[in-house]
Design a binder for this molecule. Sequence first.
Ligand SMILES: [Ca+2]
Ligand SMILES: [Ca+2]
Length: 167
Amino acid sequence: MTRLRVIWTVLYFCVHKRILAAGNNQCGDWVPLLESCYLFSDTRATWGAAMGICRGFHADLVSIESNDENLLIEGHLQNKHPHDADKTAADYWTGGNDIESEGNFKWIGSEQPFTYTNWMTGQPDPAEQDCVEIRGVSNFKWHDETCNHSHLFICEKSMGSPPDIIG
Ligand SMILES: [Ca+2]
Ligand SMILES: [Ca+2]
């Protein structure tokens, strides 16, 4: 290896390591997508309990406010659950709910009504289902669902928030 090539190689690894470190610092163990950090849980909880867990991390249950955000979250879930057999158990609570006013869905963190939606055909359906989940078998489209059922969940916090160590 020429001396120049050695210098370039060392430089490349130094810069690369710093970029990785910067990314890690911003979201800790959470997944960075767009301007937020996301926690994809491995444990199940009711919608209310899941919200409490997210709040414990100074986060909220995820709010999906654009097609871009939905595509990135869906992409992450497709990678996490690549096989159809995995998808049957891959139901994730979001922060979407119409607990306060039937049929008027909004996001728990911002309290803002839905501006973007990715409902499964036929959803939301007229039933006592006030909380919104991303359902694996529906190819990660949205369903309203009974809030006291236990599912996986996604927490979201803005990248500016201090990282929390989980593990
Ligand atoms: Ca969001
Ligand atoms: Ca439903």
